[in-house]
Every structure is written in C-alpha cells, then in structure tokens.
Design a protein around this ligand. Structure first.
Ligand SMILES: *Cc1c(COP(=O)(O)O)cnc(C)c1O
Length: 432
C-alpha cells in the first residue's frame, strides 16, 4: 500500500463512482464490463505457477477472482476506508468466511443479541456444527461484552445499526473492550452503509455487509462483502490466529500476515476460505451492485429523509402505539445515532399498531404501494409484520424477546414521493 490511499484524495461521492474502475484497456468501455467468464488463459507455465503460489496477483478462476468483482471490492474498501475487501455470494457468506479464518473448533465469539434474525440463526445453529460457540449479550451495555470474554474468545460481532429495532451500538466503547482483550471487532454495517456510518473510524477491525440491501439498493441482487481495516495485530498473542499467522501447508508454508501485512486477512479470506468454501459472487451481480453504489449517497439521503417524514407522521397517528426510529429526537438511541450516524438514521424502523396481531395482519394486507415482503434496502418501500411471517415459528415469549411482538410492524422506507407513502399507510391503517 502506498501511504496515500484513494480515500484520502477524493470525496465520498467521487469514490462511489470511480474507485477501482478505469476505462477498459482493450475496448475503451467506460462502464465496468461484466467479465462473464469462469477462467483466464495463462501466459505460460511460469506465470501460472506464480499465480498459484500467490507470488503474483492475477486471475485464475472466478471462484477466486474476477475483474468485475475486483472493481467492486476496491470500491467498497475505499468507501469504508479499509485496506482490502472480499466480495461473496451473500451477506451470510461474508460472515461465514470471516469466522472461518478466525475460529477453530471449540473457539468462542461474542455477538450482540439484537442482530438481524438470520445472523442469530446462522451463529447459534449452523456455526455450532463447526464447533464455533457464540455467546449472545445485550449490546446496550458495552460492559456485557467484557463480562462474556473468555480465554477462547476470538472476536466480537455487532451491527452498527441493528435490524429491526433501530438499535445503535456504541462502536468505540465495544472496540475498546475488544482491543483490551486482543480480539478484533467485526461490525455488520448493512443497515447504515458506509455513507451513514464508517465503523473503521470508531475502532472496528473488520466490516461485513449484505450488499443485497442498500449497497446494491435496487432489490435485484444478493451479495455480500468483507472489508479489512488493516490495523489489527494478528500476531500480538502467539498462536491465537493460526490461519492468518502460521505457515499454510496448501501454499508451501506461506505465512499470510508476514507476507501481506495490512491486507493479510482479506488475502487469506480469498486464498483459503473463498477457495475452499466456495461462495463466490457472480460477475453479473457484481456489476449490478457496482451500478447501485454509484448513487449510494443520493439514495441514502432520500431514504433517511423519507423515513423521518413517515416516522413523524406515524408518531402522531391515532392507530399507532409507538415508533422506534433513532432519527426521532425522543428515541432512546438518538444520542448514539447523532454520534455514529450523523447524516441520518437509515430507512428501516419498527412501529406498534394498536389492535395487536390482527391489526398487523390487516395492515400488511391493506397496503397498495408498500410491498409486503421479507427484505430491506430497496428503492421500493417494503413492509412486514414479523409475528405472522419471519418470526411465526417462535413461541410468543421468544417472539417478544426478539422484538417481534404481535403489534410490531417493520418498514423499509423507499425512494418514492413521501406523501404517497403516507397516504398508503393511512388508508391501510384505516382498515385495521
Ligand atoms: C440481510 C442481512 C444479512 C444477510 O445478508 P444476505 O445477503 O441475505 O445473506 C446480514 N445482516 C444484515 C443486517 C442483513 O440485513
């Protein structure tokens, strides 16, 4: 890495459009081409050998690298202020790869208990099959992370802005606890996007995204990414992170940290975890997500403005019991949001409909402009009633604990004209 990175030289909006990209050297194409190919011709046997040995960087096979995906990786790394990134087939795949490098069977990590439901299931149920043990704690008191530390703890995982309850974590306080224990802090920055929150500026070591949501932004592609901050000392405690620091048998004894320094995590994530687990992003999805990122700041500004307008309207609505949106001045997370999300509190929030479960069902069935579905971060406005859908399987007390009580409705406010969104909610609420 040169001392000056693109993030130092250019503003956010310039990076969102240009970072990682250049006119195609062969055709002059200005938009990044979709390199829809599985494999790449070697120049000769020596060049092939040097690629396979990681002595030079180049393309071998699209499970490992692809030129379209490489532009996306460089762009998201620049937007987050990281050293390198690795794109994956989904957000869940990025999480799997991060933990695959960090944990051995029997190791532990501590995670917020207010995470995207799919992450909680992945950590508690599927990761346990690898012998990786998660300890969930309430993130509202950062000291809970310190209390859950053990000699086997290898990482702490939080969301900057948590889905669905609008929970904002005190990233700097939790990072300080992680670093005192010599473990990295991983932040899922999906709901905020790098435009609203920059976790590396507050001490995070690794960032993961579901690019399916705001980075892609148009509800058309599933994808994920892992970004390295470049400041964590993987070798500080000898033997703690063997995959990153110890000789790697499948690369003739190469030591990733010694060889690749501040990019060691991203290189090892690709050369070991992506190579062996296999969840590569398709070039087509990389192209669609890249195109989405070019308008990230414009979209996020409108998402936040529309969400605030809709949240204020619902707060004064006589069929609404409560609204949880960190953008509202009386919200319990408003102070943290002012610190970590100064440009806006995002597009996703929950509210309580008077009349409980039945009213929630009538509301989601009564909307016309909002789409009733299980996603967030689309140009379109989305609505879901978790108790009757995503959290239906859970017994009532577990639903309540997960923030999916009978009256809870979640919105992902899109980019439409705000008065139309309000009118749609009003007509649907009138029928509850
Ligand atoms: C959607 C989501 C994920 C999982 O991402 P996929 O792309 O669906 O695999 C992880 N974290 C958060 C916060 C999400 O919203």
């Amino acid at each position: 890495m040169s001392a000056e990175t693109p993030s130092d030289r250019y503003g956010f909006d310039t990076l969102a459009i240009h970072a990682g990209a250049a006119p195609d050297p062969t055709t002059g194409a200005r938009s990044t081409p979709i390199y829809q190919t599985t494999s790449y011709v070697f120049e000769n046997v020596d060049q092939a050998a040097s690629l396979f040995n990681l002595q030079s960087f180049g393309n071998i096979y699209t499970r490992l690298t692809n030129p379209t995906t490489a532009v996306l990786e460089e762009r998201v790394a620049a937007l987050e202020g990281g050293t390198a990134a690795l794109a994956t087939a989904s957000g869940h795949a990025a999480q799997l790869i991060a933990f695959h490098l960090l944990l051995s069977p029997g190791d532990e990590f501590i995670a917020s208990n207010k995470l995207y439901g799919g992450s909680m299931t992945q950590f508690a149920h599927s990761f346990s099959k690898f012998g990786w043990i998660v300890r969930f704690v309430d993130p509202d008191d950062p000291e809970n992370f310190r209390r859950a530390l053990s000699p086997k703890t290898k990482a702490i995982f939080i969301e900057s802005l948590a889905n669905p309850g609008g929970v904002v974590s005190d990233i700097a306080a939790i990072a300080a606890i992680a670093h005192a224990a010599d473990v990295p802090l991983i932040v899922d920055n999906t709901l905020a996007s790098p435009y609203l929150c920059r976790p590396f500026d507050h001490g995070a070591d690794l960032i993961v995204h579901s690019m399916t949501k705001f980075l892609g932004g148009h509800g058309n592609s599933v994808g994920g990414i892992l970004v390295e901050g470049g400041r964590f000392d993987w070798a500080k405690v000898a033997g703690k992170y063997p995959t990153i620091c110890e000789p790697t048998a499948s690369y003739h004894g190469l030591r990733f940290y010694e060889t690749f320094g501040t990019m060691a995590f991203a290189v090892a994530a690709r050369a070991i975890s992506l190579r062996d687990l296999g969840p590569a992003l398709s070039p087509m999805n990389a192209f669609l997500i890249l195109t989405g990122i070019e308008t990230l700041s414009l979209r996020m500004d409108r998402h936040c403005a529309n969400a605030l307008t809709v949240a204020r309207h619902l707060l004064s609505h006589d069929k609404v019991a409560w609204v949880n949106y960190a953008g509202l001045p009386d919200d319990r997370y408003h102070q943290l949001a002012a610190r970590y999300l100064p440009r806006g509190a995002g597009a996703v929030f929950t509210f309580g409909v008077k009349g409980g479960f039945d009213a929630g069902v009538k509301l989601v069935e009564g909307v016309e402009l909002f789409s009733h579905l299980a996603n967030i971060g689309d140009t379109r406005s989305l609505i879901i009633h978790p108790a009757s859908t995503t959290h239906r399987q859970l017994p009532p007390e577990r639903r309540e604990a997960a923030g999916a009580g009978p009256d809870v409705v979640r919105l992902s406010v899109g980019l439409e004209s705000a008065p139309d969104l309000i009118a749609d909610l009003d007509q649907a609420l009138a029928g509850t």
